[in-house]
Design a protein around this ligand. Structure first.
Ligand SMILES: Cc1cc2nc3c(=O)[nH]c(=O)nc-3n(C[C@H](O)[C@H](O)[C@H](O)COP(=O)(O)OP(=O)(O)OC[C@H]3O[C@@H](n4cnc5c(N)ncnc54)[C@H](O)[C@@H]3O)c2cc1C
Length: 401
């Protein structure tokens, strides 16, 4: 069996793992990325139709990673957000102009974002890519990690001083090293579909609190949008199986005619919604990031945005430690990263939980207060500012933006 030694092995070449790899690409550290799926298949499959809302901070980070110009070319800016309630009074608008900003963020096809990051990782001379390779064994041997990676035909052994587990919500590595996680099943799914309207979206995204759950309509072209509709699992299964005509009628009746007539809807794909929080984030020479560390409900569109900020913070701490001649894999350094990132993580988790409990789930008590909450947003000085700042990912000041 082949043996290779690296300073850092990142397991999972998803959005967060690849972003971290790019942040480390210029350093003298020997870095490898292990990704189970073939990149070409991953970015061309039709089984993921999500769009990712990127915050302003994320845009700045992607610029720093050298991929923003390609992403910008296909991104759809969000200049304002319109909030409303189905069948009840209460409307609020948050606009970039009133917050003194150029834009509130943008919306990008997840497959395209994955493709651009993966291509950049592939082109980086200093990064070593193992794909399609799955980590099948991860054990601590004489103060280092030994990973066995296999592509189904052959296996290799990789030795690493530091393993970064960016292997997603159901992280096998998290389990393998014995880190437990708390899981809250919202008993909901997000139903995602691409829609075409007869009126232009004008760079506006919409959040509508419907009787079934929260619906977000995000711009994906002049007349095109991605809709994300959260609802209980049984209803999601029903609407996923419905034919296009019936789905169109249902969407139109819930959505109304604010954007004119709904012309088409692609078949909906369901995403189960869970909140997952790892009980520990690091062990000796081992750290969790991205969805492996925390998985959030998409109501606040913060999962990747938070994961990206974490990846940048981790890179910053590791590189600084290396520069200072410290052992970047030691627990004290990893604890430093966790402490620096704690406030951002806590704030976003709280914000997301607040939105889920008050707006995204069926809750008779909070339903009565939703119209007031929206009016409050219009009337209470500073409320929109706070919401816009959290959405922008601007809570944190760091060296990399
Ligand atoms: C409906 C929906 C809408 C969303 N909208 C937004 C949004 O608007 N904005 C936002 O910021 N976030 C959003 N999110 C969240 C966002 O999609 C995730 O936070 C983000 O994709 C997590 O990236 P990740 O790299 O941590 O994990 P993943 O994307 O899950 O990547 C993990 C990678 O690890 C690989 N892997 C797993 N096991 C192994 C192994 N043993 N060996 C090798 N490789 C392995 C997998 O193949 C995969 O490529 C949304 C989520 C949902 C469900």
């Amino acid at each position: 069996m082949n043996n290779q030694s690296y300073d850092i092995v990142i397991v999972g070449g998803g959005l967060v793992g690849n972003s971290l790899a790019l942040a480390l690409a210029e350093s003298s550290l020997r870095v490898a990325v292990v990704e189970a799926t073939d990149y070409a298949q991953k970015t061309e499959s039709t089984d993921d139709n999500r769009a990712i809302g990127l915050s302003y901070t994320s845009q700045r980070i992607l610029q720093k990673l050298g991929v923003w110009s390609q992403i910008e070319a296909k991104a759809h800016p969000i200049d304002s957000v319109h909030l409303s309630l189905q069948g009840r009074f209460g409307v609020a608008t948050i606009s970039a102009a009133e917050q003194g900003l150029d834009s509130l963020g943008c919306n990008i096809d997840i497959q395209y974002l994955q493709k651009i990051l993966a291509e950049k990782v592939r082109l980086e001379k200093h990064l070593n890519l193992y794909t399609p390779y799955r980590v099948t064994l991860c054990q601590r041997v004489e103060g280092q990690w030994q990973l066995t990676v296999s592509n189904g035909v052959s296996s290799q052994n990789l030795h690493a001083r530091l393993v970064v587990a960016a292997d997603g919500s159901d992280s096998e590595l998290r389990r393998t090293v014995g880190i437990t996680a708390q899981v809250w099943d919202y008993q909901q799914s997000a139903l995602v579909s691409r829609l075409t309207f007869t009126k232009p979206l004008n760079s506006r995204s919409y959040e509508r609190f419907t009787r079934l759950g929260l619906m977000a309509i995000l711009p994906a072209g002049e007349y095109d949008a991605t809709s994300i509709w959260c609802m209980n699992k049984d209803q999601a299964a029903y609407w996923q199986a419905a034919d296009e005509r019936i789905l169109l009628q249902q969407l139109q009746s819930v959505w109304g005619y604010r954007l004119g007539r709904l012309q088409s809807a692609t078949p909906a794909i369901q995403y189960p919604l869970r909140r997952i929080e790892a009980n520990e984030l690091y062990r000796d020479g081992f750290i969790l990031i991205g969805n492996a560390a925390q998985t959030l409900h998409p109501v606040a569109a913060q999962g990747f945005n938070l994961g990206l900020r974490s990846a940048m913070m981790l890179a910053e701490v590791l590189l600084w430690s290396q520069k200072m001649g410290r052992d970047y894999a030691e627990s004290a350094v990893l604890a430093e990263y966790v402490a620096k990132q704690a406030q951002d993580r806590k704030q976003i988790a709280r914000f997301t939980h607040f939105l889920v409990s008050r707006f995204a789930k069926e809750n008779e008590f909070f339903k009565q207060w939703q119209p007031l909450a929206l009016c409050g947003l219009e009337w209470v000085p500073g409320a929109k500012f706070l919401l816009a700042r959290l959405g922008l990912g601007g809570a944190q000041k760091a060296l990399w933006v």
